[in-house]
Design a protein around this ligand. Sequence first.
Ligand SMILES: NC(=O)c1ccc[n+]([C@@H]2O[C@H](COP(=O)([O-])OP(=O)(O)OC[C@H]3O[C@@H](n4cnc5c(N)ncnc54)[C@H](OP(=O)(O)O)[C@@H]3O)[C@@H](O)[C@H]2O)c1
Length: 262
Amino acid sequence: MDIPSVALNNGVAMPQLGFGTWQVGQSTVETALAAGYRSLDTAEMYGNEPDVAAAIAASGVAREDLFITTKVWNDHHGYREALEAFDASRRRLGTEVIDLYLIHWPQPERDLYVETWRALEKLYAEGAVRAIGVSNFAPKQLEKLMSACETVPAVNQIELHPGLSRPRERAFHAQHGIATEAWAPIAKGRLLNASAVTAVAEKHGRTPAQAILRWHIQHGTIAIPRSATPERIESNLAIWDFELTEQDMEAIDAVDAGADTA
Ligand SMILES: NC(=O)c1ccc[n+]([C@@H]2O[C@H](COP(=O)([O-])OP(=O)(O)OC[C@H]3O[C@@H](n4cnc5c(N)ncnc54)[C@H](OP(=O)(O)O)[C@@H]3O)[C@@H](O)[C@H]2O)c1
């Protein structure tokens, strides 16, 4: 199965649909790999990097066919701390090179994210990571990073779904060449009964989750849905043979009550 890719700002190709692994163990990751997912989103904080590594080993999928994201947790902000956290993650994941390394949260009250970012820049310069990015950063925090440092983040992974569609943040990212990645892309299952979503899904003979994931893809965002249910793991990936119309997109856009933190 060919999952489309997004070209990050350094030319690295990242699958547009990946698998979220929050609260997920080895056997579920194995199911996702068998279903065809090739991008896995984990984090130091999830405590499951060893499970992800074990699932990859058991799957037989070649390392070069995978895209692995992990993240530095809040208590490892700072230059030296982030380098050490990276080494520990890399060891737990059993891989020399991480595809995408993110700062999990900006932690503005600690004000160490610029130093942390310098550590990620060093890892990038050394070739230990193929791309570096951030998560949960507001535009003003991105602006601070970009003015203090050399490297523009390749990705900002933020909560994004039809109930929180953040058009101004997406536009800010696009203007600066930062790819938008959606966490909780199906709103943790909360929007699957929204009438606009069910109407679009029914019109295309698809599940509500498929309609929402298609909405992400057509907005150009990267989505990383999670499920522990084998049928849902499969159906969330089966979204390449239909297309939402402009009206369908607008109908799902309108689910957002206007929340936008930019
Ligand atoms: N950077 C961050 O701060 C941050 C924060 C949160 C999450 N994340 C990442 O983003 C990933 C995705 O976010 P998420 O896991 O919070 O939420 P999500 O993917 O939006 O939703 C997951 C929930 O939706 C259900 N679900 C999945 N597919 C479904 C379907 N087809 N029909 C009905 N229900 C379905 C799952 O239930 P079942 O398992 O029962 O199927 C699960 O309870 C995480 O796993 C993690 O990798 C990052």
